[in-house]
Write a protein that binds this ligand. Structure first.
Ligand code: NAD
Length: 247
């Protein structure tokens, strides 16, 4: 059986399906990932700081204006649209499968595609909150002041509602993700280098039948995948949808 047919067959035989996605599922929507050549880490790295450092809570605290300038330049995803990879899992729900998307992404594209059960491990870049008090802030009323600091309408410094390097993940989201993966028949890991911990570790909760990896480049495989395809996920999933599920 060819890869696409095997993948479709595994889906047909599974009821509870978890998609665990990383930045790679959104590159075909025009959003660079972190670690590929030319990705965001290359663009953010300077003479003094690594890409990872510029996206840390310590950097935001020490150099807020620089942080916000980088963020405005590289993390405005408002024009990006979901691609066939995001749409695949929203479509699968409509066929009667129980689909949970566990995502490391902050671009809101699974939401835009229409998936109904999404667990965000690293927050969501379209949401903002006050820096000191963690109150939700109206994203449409945020402005940059003369010093380059993002502020809400009351003048309070705000930050996007994402998990920066050096910050803890939301425990409840991790627990929900681990439970969904632990209860799934099929796990589809897509577009992630599986390098960002602790998020990457939750794939080990999987004890179902079919684990599949769809990634453009080889990934150190600490989990045994029944099917590992080196591919562009959006293009692969578009073909699978057309050939086996679109009716
Ligand atoms: P990563 O950059 O470490 O790895 C991305 C992986 O996806 C790479 O292995 C790459 O080969 C693969 N890839 C790229 N395009 C692909 C495609 N079209 N199809 C299949 N595979 C593809 O990303 P990560 O593991 O997600 O970790 C980086 C962290 O930064 C995560 O928290 C991530 O969510 C966040 N991030 C998010 C966005 C976003 O929200 N779109 C963008 C950049 C980084």
């Amino acid at each position: 059986m060819k890869d696409k047919e095997r993948f479709a067959d595994m889906i047909r035989k599974s009821q509870r399906i978890v998609a665990f996605t990383g930045a790679g599922i959104s590159t075909e929507s025009g959003i660079p990932d972190f670690r590929s050549a030319g990705g965001l880490f290359d663009r953010l790295s300077g003479r003094h700081f690594s890409g990872e450092e510029t996206l840390s809570i310590g950097f935001l605290e020490a150099y807020p204006a620089l942080f916000f300038r980088n963020y405005a330049e590289h993390f405005d995803f408002s024009q990006a649209l979901p691609n066939a990879g995001h749409r695949f899992f929203a479509g699968l729900e409509k066929t009667g499968k129980e689909v949970t998307v566990v995502t490391q992404n902050i671009d809101n594209l699974h939401q835009s595609a229409g998936s109904s059960t999404i667990i965000e491990l690293h927050g969501n870049g379209t949401r903002w909150r006050t820096f000191d008090t963690d109150e939700p802030a109206d994203a449409t009323a945020i402005n940059m002041d003369a010093q380059g600091i993002q502020r809400d309408s009351q003048g309070r410094m705000v930050r996007s509602d994402i998990v920066l390097y050096g910050e803890m993940l939301d425990e409840e989201a991790m627990e929900r993700a681990a439970a969904a993966i632990g209860a799934a028949d099929m796990l589809v890991v897509i577009g992630t280098s599986l390098a960002v911990y602790p998020a990457a570790s939750i794939v080990h909760y999987f004890k179902g039948h079919y684990a599949v990896l769809l990634n453009r480049t080889p990934v150190p495989q600490s989990l045994t995948f029944q099917l590992a395809v080196q591919t562009d996920a959006g293009a692969f999933l578009a073909d699978v949808w057309e050939e086996y599920f679109a009716k």
